[in-house]
Design a protein around this ligand. Structure first.
Ligand code: NI
Length: 139
């Protein structure tokens, strides 16, 4: 197992108080685990910002499947990034609305590009790219 390093942090009491209240609401038992998660979250964001890192994520899409040509366009874009789309879940929400969650992996820049192309299609009402990581470089 990797060695644990300990360090002390100085900060404004009011900031620490807000942090403690936040992590209390989130259910953390101590500051250390909360701080580790914050650091990991920032590192994952950094991986994505570079564009070249090998990442994992989820693209969610909400759209009206009656929009002319939309279903074909969505499928076409996903096939263009076939190596990045690992899995897709489709939920028929009601008569008009469909929700899809695409599990994606690969080069961050390619995934962003795909998410942008999907999100900008007419009839797509909402799209979100959620960042995660392969976990390989994230202790
Ligand atoms: Ni549907």
């Amino acid at each position: 197992m990797a060695r644990l390093a300990r360090f002390s942090v100085s900060m404004d009491e009011r900031l620490l108080d807000r942090f403690d209240r936040l992590i209390g609401r989130k259910g953390y038992q101590n500051r250390s685990e909360a701080l580790r998660d914050l650091i990991r979250d920032r590192l994952v964001e950094e991986e994505w910002s570079g564009g070249e890192a090998d990442v994992v994520g989820v693209v969610s899409l909400l759209y009206d499947h009656h929009t002319k040509g939309l279903v074909e366009a969505l499928t076409g874009v996903q096939h263009d990034y076939g190596e990045n789309v690992v899995s897709a879940i489709h939920v028929h929400l009601d008569h008009h609305n469909c929700f899809e969650a695409l599990v994606v992996k690969g080069r961050a820049a390619s995934i962003r590009e795909m998410a942008d192309r999907l999100g900008s299609l007419r009839g797509v009402k909402h799209t979100r790219l959620t960042f995660s990581s392969s976990g390989r470089d994230l202790p």
